[in-house]
Design a binder for this molecule. Structure first.
Ligand SMILES: Nc1ncnc2c1ncn2[C@@H]1O[C@H](COP(=O)(O)OS(=O)(=O)O)[C@@H](OP(=O)(O)O)[C@H]1O
Ligand SMILES: [Mg+2]
Ligand SMILES: [Mg+2]
Ligand SMILES: [Mg+2]
Length: 381
């Protein structure tokens, strides 16, 4: 990895996301193979949270604090300890403590140093609740979505671990772990339930590449992908980074667009109208999580649209890592008015005009913005 202003930050972020991917893969395997759902809870807003969400948040928080202990580490992240601290959550907390310690014990494999002794429940709760920064335009803030696409995660489907660094309101580093998105393109098409039909990692000794970690630094003009490591393999920078770039396609008839799986998260009928109006011919690829950004950055799809219901405020952790990776891979990310997303205003993408549009290039982007403009008046959004 080349020397740069953020060399250490990127180094730690990539290693820690690899660790988090390994942790979440283990939890997902357990979830999918067991019939009980005692590792999954509903939050007050009815969205799901699992042992993996808290465990990844605790692990990343602890590792960042240890690695940058000379600085005050500010972390904005999705989860808090509210549900985990309830009296009926003792079993959950026990599972989180075990999962985090198993993961931290593997830190040396990733070239990082774990704790000398296993962490106790109170240290783990502290690591989770420390991620309570509200970001903003001044200084440095890490931004973490420990499990993005929790619904995909519990369904045994696609999800992502997303870590970004914001400095003075701009995203400067993005790292996206996609444990079920192979470095080989064809796996994206096997979404929904494909996970169960795959061989277990332990069944295969060859380098079967099931997932990837992608990363980019602001202004480098480069985005990179690495396979996850398995078994006794050790993380090694020089082993395996592969450069990724967006698709060269600029003809709407040949373009694939992706969008959230759930209608509740994005208006499928509006995007179908936009797609028709700009001449997209293919069926939408519905994929959970920021894997959609990964697909654009890798050239596996050309367009991603998300139009949430009016009043919903997009959170920075759902986009920061994906946006920088797509941009450095050559793509364009804006709101529906063509403006860049603003990561400087706290937890939310304040001022977002209607929805988010991501394209592999400016030709498709201009057509898409035009189609949104034309379709908006006739929609009920
Ligand atoms: N009502 C509503 N509208 C829009 N967006 C919402 C909404 N509720 C939640 N979220 C956020 O969507 C994140 C999941 O996005 P996905 O693209 O994975 O959605 S989907 O599961 O494919 O439908 C999801 O991220 P995670 O909570 O990390 O899974 C949420 O932050
Ligand atoms: Mg999310
Ligand atoms: Mg999440
Ligand atoms: Mg969530």
């Amino acid at each position: 990895m080349e020397d740069s202003k953020y060399a250490k930050e990127l180094d730690v972020a990539v290693r820690v996301v690899h660790m988090a991917c390994s942790l979440s893969q283990r939890v997902q395997e357990g979830l999918v193979s067991s019939s009980s759902n005692d590792q999954v809870k509903a939050k007050d807003d009815d969205s799901l949270v699992t042992v993996a969400d808290w465990s990844v948040q605790a692990t990343v928080s602890w590792m960042l604090s240890e690695s940058f202990c000379n600085q005050k580490v500010s972390i904005v992240a999705e989860e808090d300890v509210q549900t985990l601290s309830k009296s009926d959550s003792v079993g959950l907390l026990t599972a989180v403590v075990k999962t985090v310690n198993e993961c931290l014990a593997e830190a040396p494999k990733y070239g990082l140093q774990g704790p000398r002794n296993a962490l106790g429940a109170s240290e783990i709760l502290e690591a989770i609740s420390r991620c309570n920064s509200s970001g903003g335009r001044n200084g440095r803030h890490w931004v973490l979505d420990p499990v993005d696409g929790t619904l995909g995660f519990v369904r045994g489907d696609q999800y992502a671990v997303a870590l970004a660094l914001i400095e003075e309101g701009k995203v400067v580093i993005g790292v996206l772990g996609c444990p079920n998105y192979s470095t080989k393109k064809e796996w994206l098409n096997h979404h929904h339930q494909y996970y169960q039909s795959m061989p277990k990692l332990s069944d295969t000794s060859d380098k079967w590449e099931k997932g990837c970690v992608m990363y980019a630094q602001r202004g480098s003009g480069e985005a990179w992908m690495q396979p996850l490591i398995h078994g006794d393999q050790k993380f090694n920078w020089s082993d395996s980074s592969q450069r990724v770039q967006v698709s060269p396609i600029d003809d709407p008839a040949l373009a694939t667009f992706c969008e959230p799986v759930e209608k509740a998260n994005s208006n499928h009928s509006f995007t179908a109208g936009v797609a028709h109006s700009m001449g997209l011919k293919k069926q939408p690829l519905r994929v959970h999580s920021m894997v959609k950004y990964a697909a654009i950055a890798r050239g596996d799809a050309e367009i991603f649209m998300k139009f949430a219901r009016s009043g919903y405020k997009e959170k920075i952790w759902d986009h920061a890592a994906g946006v920088i990776i797509v941009e450095e891979a050559g793509g364009v990310v804006t709101d529906a008015g063509g403006h860049p997303l603003d990561f400087s205003r706290g937890l939310y993408l304040e001022g977002l005009d209607r929805g988010i549009v991501v394209c592999c290039g400016t030709t498709l982007h201009e057509k898409l913005i035009g189609a949104v403009y034309a379709s908006w008046e006739s929609s009920n959004l």
